[in-house]
Design a protein around this ligand. Structure first.
Ligand code: IMP
Ligand code: MG
Length: 179
């Protein structure tokens, strides 16, 4: 890999420990429910796989794939659902799993889209949150880490579709100008 990324801002050990805590909390909160864990691809794939294995109740897994328009490290706010859920979530307790909530526009768009399918409940879990960048009032129920307004890569997150397989979370050394 080219060395355009720096040292971890969240190490693998910190990640493991926090995901264990989230898994415990979700296990308690969703005990006895008809639970579906919905992952938002591609970004959430690493977090999703680790989180799911820390949840100790029966559940279904499902995925959505979204594509946001715009390239580089800018968020355009325009989102397209590329693939749909495979199961009917009507009457089910759904937890949407995101990699990062930045402006919140993606989370808000997905929340509204899933709400139309009439789940019993719908909550959002994100590994990372950039609070300072939020332009929506979408409620995020579970947050792994609050991070500063820096562009991060690794552990599922990309820069121009690369670096998702970096096993930890790093800040991009080459910071682009951001709106
Ligand atoms: P939002 O719609 O502004 O909340 O942006 C959410 C999406 O933007 C995420 O799902 C990511 O794909 C992307 N994104 C935002 N910040 C970062 C970052 O720091 N690194 C990688 N992707 C990011
Ligand atoms: Mg992305």
């Amino acid at each position: 890999m080219e060395r355009i990324f720096g040292r971890p801002i969240v190490t693998q050990e910190q990640m493991r420990a926090r995901i264990r805590e989230l898994g415990k909390q979700i296990t308690i909160d969703y005990a006895g429910k008809d639970f579906v864990l919905v992952g938002v691809l591609k970004g959430a794939y690493a977090f999703y796989a680790d989180l799911a294995r820390q949840i100790r109740i029966p559940m279904r897994v499902d995925f959505l794939m979204v594509k946001s328009y715009g390239s580089g490290s800018k968020t355009s706010g325009k989102v397209k659902m590329v693939t749909e859920l495979t199961e009917d979530i009507k009457g089910k307790d759904v937890l949407l799993v995101e990699d990062i909530v930045d402006s919140g526009l993606t989370a808000q768009y997905l929340f509204k889209a899933l709400e139309k399918k009439k789940p019993q409940s719908l909550k959002v879990c994100t590994l990372l949150s950039k609070q300072d960048r939020r332009v929506t009032d979408v409620t995020i129920d579970y947050v792994g880490f609050k991070i500063p307004n820096k562009y991060v890569i690794g552990y599922g997150l990309d820069y121009q579709q690369k670096y998702r397989n970096l096993p930890y979370l790093a800040v991009l050394d080459v910071e682009e100008d951001r709106a």
